[in-house]
Design a protein around this ligand. Structure first.
Ligand code: SF4
Ligand code: URA
Length: 253
């Protein structure tokens, strides 16, 4: 056997082990060798930082990753979720919101931000003169972080994802960002802000400040759930959203 063939087999074996670790036994059989050889697997792409630019329909690519996420069990949240919540909106979005993680309603329906906080987010988006369909809405983790993970039917059972859970799930968000290429990200609340920026400042200090994540402009603001608890925070969020609008319209902040 030629050296190049040995190397090819080693490469396949390594990829198979990665696929097994990330998706489990079922998936390794579904991932065809042709798929692996042609490097079509999204996970492999993210692992090896290959480019998405050539011959790929972004909507299809996003959908492929969504399928992967729906089966993902890379962290323990995958074992207790009812539905993974990938994200919603358009692949052409200039603006991407990133929340902390699905709650009860989102876990039940598989859609992000559809509960009370989500309805407020929809209002904020309308006030900005956009629609949910013209932006992209996602979360830093795609499965419901629960205080009591044995009880997905319980209300008020949400918690901030741990740093470890965020670290495990962020590659999916990175893939979404790479495909959608938004001009600006708005992190909603302390969890997703910390997950992306690793900041020490509290959300009340860092909100409204222009930051960057992987070369993309980012503005943190309060989570809409915080506005439901304390409507006085709405003014600050609106100040932050005005900066976002200005940036999208003029390229300046
Ligand atoms: Fe996978 Fe993310 Fe769900 Fe964890 S939270 S199981 S990493 S999709
Ligand atoms: N809160 C979040 O952070 N994300 C959701 O999808 C819903 C509520």
């Amino acid at each position: 056997m030629k050296l190049s063939e040995y190397l090819e087999i080693l490469h396949l074996a390594r990829i198979s082990i990665e696929e097994y670790n990330n998706w489990g036994e079922d998936e390794i059989y579904k991932t065809t060798i042709a798929d692996v050889l042609s490097n079509e697997s999204s996970f492999i792409k993210s692992t090896y930082q290959l480019s998405y630019t050539e011959n790929i329909n972004p909507r299809e690519e996003l959908n492929n990753i969504k399928q992967k996420v729906s089966r993902c069990k890379k962290c323990s949240l995958g074992k207790t979720r009812l539905n993974a919540v990938f994200g919603s909106g358009t692949v052409n979005a200039n603006l991407m919101f990133v929340g902390e993680g699905p709650g009860y309603d989102e876990d039940h329906k598989g859609e992000p931000f559809i509960g009370r906080a989500g309805q407020l987010l929809t209002k904020i988006i309308s006030a900005m003169n956009y629609k949910r369909e013209t932006v992209y809405i996602s979360n830093i983790v795609k499965c419901h972080p629960m205080i009591d993970p044995d009880n997905p039917e319980k209300r008020s059972n949400d918690r901030c994802p741990s740093l470890e859970e965020m670290k495990t799930c962020i590659p999916y968000l990175d893939m979404q960002l790479e495909i959608i290429k938004p001009k600006i990200i708005v992190t909603l609340g302390a969890c997703s802000t910390k997950g992306l920026l690793n900041n020490e400042e509290p959300i009340s200090k860092i909100r409204g400040k222009l930051k960057e994540y992987k070369g993309i402009k980012l503005i943190p603001t309060f989570h809409p759930a915080a506005l439901l608890r304390n409507p006085n925070l709405k003014k600050a969020v609106w100040e932050d959203m005005k900066k976002v609008i200005r940036y999208l319209e003029t390229g300046e902040i």
